[in-house]
Design a protein around this ligand. Structure first.
Ligand code: 0RA
Length: 682
């Protein structure tokens, strides 16, 4: 292809940098000096952020109406290329910067704005720096542009051009190709997780129904195409794929005052609410105005409709927001010109005018739908009626737990071996499977800071039971009382039927998917993280199938009813060893898995004097061993459970814990290994 080598623009004059280029270098140097300031972290998340940033640039070209296809390849060498069939980045000299459009975009922070705007922009969304930050953090980056019948190319190393933008061939197509190789001086690990890439690409295809996205993994030769004619309606269907939906997906969209609103929703026969919100394709996990506008309108429309068709009588109270969101899966996508992102992680939409816009779009769209589909309307109202009654029952049950624990001595469960320290930030509690391991843990602990709560047998599977049933379970009650926070049972007792509500507290639990965590009222079931009695809640189970199961059950419980604890990083998994290797009398080693065992035994010369013991369970270890290997605060390792992949996690719970058997089997087969360690990032 490279038959001509015509320099288009020279970036250096006599090998010297001019003032402008110095500013450029300083800009990108700043990114390299403090990468976390620009991309959040230099860990896995930051590495994947590079990918998001580059793909978003092509998505912008789709939103502007010029590109229809994006091809992504994860190459064998861990570089990624992203090709689109848009207009191609401008190649002519940009008047402000004095270099080509390509070089401007690749070397100047926030350069996107220099090209005027028009159209919704997603790129630079999260941290607002654009593809130049990717360039700065790449060992090398190559860009190829096809436009005006020519193919242009330029290469950069650590953000610095290795030569000018050059014509390398002829071509009729138009579009842009960016290929980069992340810098291992910046990132500890430059290996991508195909799961994370796939998930984002699928999500983008759902959110932009026009685009066709093709993803190829070079090492396996596998290629996947994402293209969804029905957009977020297909997304909602996908989210509910392992559940039992009550009706076909309801979809509506309107444009109001320059803001594009799209809503897809579908109820299932379960109890969880799962609302995903997006603004300009960015997953607004902290929610924001679009979410509160939606919730307010949903409650209002359903109450009005229920009264109109006589399913709610005059004497009946209105449904609460929780009632109308039980078993609801919804996707809210708004596109606007100047999104304002707020909140701790800048994933909360703040444009106040959007609340009323979404509210009125949902009012019209859902109102019309219910008028035209009375059978579906009836099913939804019946669902809300059941939810309302069940919530009443749960309230009574939760009340009972509270009163009971108030009666019992010091309100703590009998089998809890508490620690003596009273400052929660210094305290931890071990949730231990079975009485015998519980016994060893009690002896092996540091009783000043470490409490032990033995759990007998399996705790109830909360995924299959409503909370009123779950609260009848003794292990669950003991757990709730020991932790002291209460549970998140519902979030809005208030009648949220007003048109504009300042703030919907439901969003404070993150994820834009509220499962409720308190409403500021003194309700008995209110979740209050400040009452947490131990800042480290450590799950310690056997390294076998039963242990895995109990751990998943506990995680399910925390995920559903104490999610803020997971989000705040209070939940940990203990790392007990699976093997003990002893050499002669006085040398001992412990290994947590086969890999560690192998490393240890390889290093031992005198294999004759070596003995390997496999622990069948925690109960087999004596108190000293358990202390030394797993509990000793000065040398043990703990794995922290995080919520990074909330969607994946939710999927895992539904799949592993829900009613349907088939998806569970498929999921286990597909993720056999990940289920054990990846999805939770512990
Ligand atoms: C600035 C202006 C124009 C297009 C682009 C940027 C552009 C950037 C990227 C990044 C990846 N793919 C892209 N495609 C286009 C408009 C150019 C014109 O008016 O012709």
């Amino acid at each position: 292809m490279a038959n001509e080598q015509t320099p288009v623009v020279t970036t250096e004059t006599n090998g010297q940098y001019n003032a402008e280029q110095l500013t450029v270098l300083k800009g990108l140097e700043a990114v390299r000096m403090r990468p976390a300031m620009y991309i959040g972290t230099t860990g896995t998340k930051g590495l994947h952020h590079l990918f998001v940033e580059v793909v978003d640039n092509s998505i912008d070209e789709v939103l502007a109406g010029f590109a229809t296809e994006i091809e992504i390849t994860l190459h064998k060498d861990n570089s990624i290329s992203v090709r689109d069939n848009g207009r191609g980045i401008p190649v002519d000299i940009h008047q402000d910067t004095g270099v080509s459009g390509v070089e401007t975009i690749m070397t100047i922070l926030h350069a996107g704005g220099k090209f005027g705007d028009g159209g919704y922009k997603v790129s630079g969304g999260l941290h607002g720096v654009g593809v130049s930050a990717v360039n700065a953090l790449s060992e090398w980056l190559e860009v190829e542009v096809c436009r005006d019948g020519k193919i242009y190319r330029q290469r950069y190393e650590r953000g610095v051009p290795t030569g000018p933008l050059t014509v390398v061939g002829k071509g009729k197509c138009t579009g842009t190709l960016v290929r980069w190789y992340a810098d291992s001086q910046i990132f500890g690990n430059i290996e991508y997780h195909t799961d994370i890439l796939t998930q984002r690409l699928r999500e983008l295809a759902y959110l932009n129904k026009k685009v066709k996205i093709i993803f190829t993994v070079e090492s396996t030769g596998e290629s996947q195409t994402f293209h969804y004619e029905t957009g977020i309606a297909a997304f909602a269907e996908h989210l509910n794929r392992n559940k039992s939906p009550l009706h076909k997906v309801v979809y509506f969209s309107r444009e109001k005052d320059g803001t594009d609103v799209e809503i897809a929703l579908q109820y299932n026969d379960g109890y969880q609410e799962n609302i995903l919100t997006f603004a300009n394709n960015i997953n607004t996990t902290e929610g924001g105005v679009h979410l509160s506008g939606f919730k307010t309108a949903l409650t209002r429309v359903i109450n009005n409709y229920a009264r109109k068709v006589g399913l709610l009588k005059e004497k009946d109270n209105n449904f609460s927001g929780d009632d109308v969101r039980e078993g609801l899966t919804a996707v809210i996508s708004v596109k606007l010109f100047h999104p304002q992102f707020e909140g701790q992680t800048k994933t909360k939409l703040g444009n106040s005018e959007v609340e009323g816009i979404v509210n009125s779009v949902v009012g019209e769209g859902l109102g019309e739908f219910l008028e035209e589909n009375p059978a579906v309307g009836k099913r939804i109202i019946e669902k809300a009626l059941t939810a309302c009654r069940a919530r009443e029952a749960a309230r009574k049950a939760a009340d009972l737990v509270k009163r009971q624990s108030a009666l019992e001595n010091s309100a703590l469960p009998g089998k809890l071996a508490d620690c003596s320290e009273r400052d929660p930030s210094k305290c931890e509690v071990y949730l231990v499977e079975g009485d015998s391991a519980g016994g060893s843990a009690k002896q092996g602990r540091d009783r000043r800071y470490q409490a032990v709560l033995p759990l007998r047998g399996k705790i109830l599977n909360v995924e299959k039971a409503r909370l009123d049933r779950a609260l009848e379970n003794e292990e669950i009650r003991a757990l709730i009382t020991a932790l002291g926070t209460g549970i998140a049972l519902g979030n809005d007792e208030e009648e949220d039927t007003g048109l504009f509500e300042a703030e919907d507290l439901a969003q404070s639990n993150g994820n834009g998917r509220s499962n409720g965590n308190g409403n500021g009222k003194d309700a008995p079931y209110k979740f209050d993280i400040t009452k947490l009695r131990y800042h480290r809640v450590i799950i310690m189970t056997d390294a076998d199938v039963d242990g895995d199961h109990i751990r998943t059950l506990l995680l399910t419980f925390f995920f559903r009813y104490m999610r803020p604890l997971v989000e705040a990083g209070h939940i940990y998994i203990a790392q007990p060893p699976l093997y003990r290797v002893s050499v002669g009398k006085d040398q001992q080693f412990y290994a947590r898995n086969d890999e560690e065992l192998e490393n240890i035994t390889r290093g031992i010369r005198n294999k004759g004097g070596m003995k390997v013991q496999r622990f069948k369970g925690l109960g087999e270890m004596n108190a000293d061993q358990l202390h030394e290997t797993t509990m000793d605060m000065s040398q043990r390792t703990l794995a922290q459970v995080t919520m990074e992949e909330a969607i994946l996690a939710d999927e895992m719970f539904t799949c592993l814990m829900g009613d349907k058997v088939e998806p569970r089997r498929e999921f286990i087969e597909k993720h056999a290994k990940e289920v054990a360690d990846v999805d939770w990032h512990y």
